[in-house]
Design a protein around this ligand. Structure first.
Ligand SMILES: NC(=O)c1ccc[n+]([C@@H]2O[C@H](COP(=O)([O-])OP(=O)(O)OC[C@H]3O[C@@H](n4cnc5c(N)ncnc54)[C@H](O)[C@@H]3O)[C@@H](O)[C@H]2O)c1
Ligand SMILES: O=c1ccn([C@@H]2O[C@H](COP(=O)(O)OP(=O)(O)O[C@H]3O[C@H](CO)[C@@H](O)[C@H](O)[C@H]3O)[C@@H](O)[C@H]2O)c(=O)[nH]1
Length: 475
């Protein structure tokens, strides 16, 4: 029997968009997305969705209330479902064995326990969350622990490869869909769901462990490219080479390819660091210390890049930012999302605040409450009151930059490329500095306006000196 009823545990950045697209593309399938958070479900049912993602509003509006439902009624959703996605968070452990590295599987375990408690009929249980290799085994053990006669579970791994900011497009035009499992019948049923819009040749089936590991491997290799180009950006700054030119020249080799070679202030987001740390931990547990050290270096290089960039800002501002007012443009970890998890902007803000600066922050999609939540987190600051006194969240780039000593571009939002930088320069303290952490601005123009400009992976000349004042009108 074909799948008619899908339940998704976890209404987050993955569960929400993925299930919305499934509902949109499979009108005869009922899709119910559940979460433990009452607030999150209320937001999914409101006009303002809990996450910002281009095109998501349209898809949700099209299907919500028809074959797409958001609810806290976990019990009915599990009872009715033929197939259940586990799409809960798998953050890095913050305590105990593996602290700071291993993935914390407590939410996955919680989800599996809920299924085991509630289910009364056969279920296909699909691991959509990113998990350590062999997590499916633990899920299976939990599901069968209280042995309900007549209930059979088929466990599949179906990792998600969408990136935030392009989630809907990534889902609609996935390079591949990966399904790992041992039961060909269950695999076939999940294939049939994706076949509503993904060509069969792009649906890859593997064994469970290959599928689980492929997700960690893909993220590790993507992040590795970013760390590789960022490491070369330091060489460029020291030699006069330009990292954009190097990336272009290298990326035109079809064996290397041009994507993910954009030098930056470092990668952020909820996945890269977490998943590589998990891979490192797995390698250590498998007694593969050389392999662990190899992947750890991708994270170490990212830390180096973030600190190298921030140190450059402080150095350029005459080695002291104490009492200086600095504008941060962008707070999200990349453009077209309001997500700030592991955003390099948090690191930049923390360092500048620790050095005594006051900050004006503007991001088109990050809420003020989120910025303060991030900057007053105990791992970031000792005194939340101090942060509230020294950080101002602004409603646009012009008010954020007015009267400041320097601008730091942390996120590559398109709107930052088309600002009137002459006007901004005129409103700033002099000398006016701009640090382009994303390489998106027209540096030559900025130099002409009089800005001191620094960026990643390229030495820039000094600004054009202002016209000399003279008393000799004939000269
Ligand atoms: N964010 C991404 O772009 C992305 C992309 C690919 C894969 N992933 C992976 O997908 C998983 C989910 O990531 P996310 O960003 O959507 O996380 P998220 O934190 O946005 O959402 C997870 C949701 O699961 C809910 N939840 C936890 N336990 C639950 C339970 N037992 N029942 C119902 N709901 C429960 C939480 O309340 C939360 O709303 C992670 O493993 C992540 O690594 C994320
Ligand atoms: O050339 C590049 C590409 C990316 N980044 C940065 O790297 C981070 C991650 O970007 P991206 O991968 O586009 O976004 P994510 O939403 O984190 O998506 C990654 O992590 C997801 C969660 O596992 C996977 O599903 C996706 O395939 C994978 O791209 C961001 O801070 C980017 O600014 C760069 O600095 N330079």
């Amino acid at each position: 029997m074909a799948i008619k009823n899908i339940c998704c545990l976890g209404a987050g950045y993955v569960g929400g968009p993925t299930c919305s697209v499934i509902a949109w593309k499979c009108p005869d399938v009922k899709v119910t997305v559940v979460d433990l958070s009452v607030e999150r479900i209320a937001q999914w049912n409101s006009e303002k969705l809990p996450i910002y993602e281009p095109l998501l509003d349209d898809v949700v509006k099209e299907c919500r209330g028809k074959n797409l439902f958001f609810t806290n009624d976990v019990k009915s959703a599990i009872l009715d479902a033929d197939l259940i996605f586990i799409s809960v968070n798998t953050p890095t452990k913050t305590f105990g064995n593996g602290k700071g590295r291993a993935a914390d599987l407590k939410y996955v375990e919680g989800a599996a326990r809920m299924i085991a408690d509630i289910a009364q009929s056969d279920k296909i249980v699909v691991e959509k969350s990113t998990v350590p290799v062999r997590a499916a085994e633990s899920i299976q053990n939990i599901l069968y622990a209280n042995n309900k006669p007549g209930v059979t579970y088929h466990i599949l791994s179906n990792p998600e490869f969408l990136a935030e900011g392009t989630a809907i497009n990534d889902l609609l035009h996935a390079d591949r869909v990966l399904i790992g499992g041992e039961d060909s019948g269950a695999i076939e049923k999940l294939c049939k769901i994706y076949e509503h819009w993904i060509p069969r040749k792009n649906i890859l089936t593997t064994n469970t462990w290959s599928s689980e590991l492929s997700k960690l491997a893909a993220n590790a290799m993507l992040a590795q490219r970013v760390s590789s180009i960022n490491s070369l950006s330091a060489v460029c700054e020291a030699t006069g080479a330009d990292v954009s030119e190097v990336a272009r020249a290298v990326g035109l080799d079809s064996r290397i390819g041009s994507k993910f070679l954009q030098a930056s202030i470092g990668f952020g987001g909820s996945c890269f660091q977490k998943d590589i740390l998990d891979l490192v931990y797995i390698c250590e547990c498998l007694n593969l210390p050389e392999v662990a050290a190899y992947w750890q270096q991708v994270i170490d290089m990212n830390e180096y890049q973030k600190s190298r960039f921030t140190a450059k800002v402080v150095r350029a501002l005459f080695n002291t930012v104490s009492g200086k007012n600095i504008a941060l443009l962008g707070f999200a970890f990349k453009k077209n999302t309001g997500d700030t998890r592991e955003s390099p902007a948090i690191y930049v803000a923390k360092t500048l605040l620790d050095e005594g600066a006051t900050l004006n922050i503007y991001d088109p999609k990050v809420e003020e409450s989120q910025i303060f939540k991030d900057l007053t987190h105990p791992s970031i600051c000792e005194s939340p009151e101090q942060v509230r006194k020294t950080v101002k969240v602004c409603g646009d780039a012009y008010s954020a930059t007015k009267g400041t000593h320097a601008i730091v571009v942390c996120t590559e939002w398109d709107e930052f490329m088309v600002l009137d930088y002459k006007k901004i320069y005129d409103g700033m303290m002099k000398p006016a500095f701009i640090f382009d952490g994303r390489k998106i601005l027209d540096h030559e123009k900025l130099l002409e306006y009089g800005f001191h400009v620094q960026t990643i992976g390229k030495q820039l000349r000094k600004p054009t000196p202002p016209p000399r004042m003279t008393n000799n009108h004939h000269v």
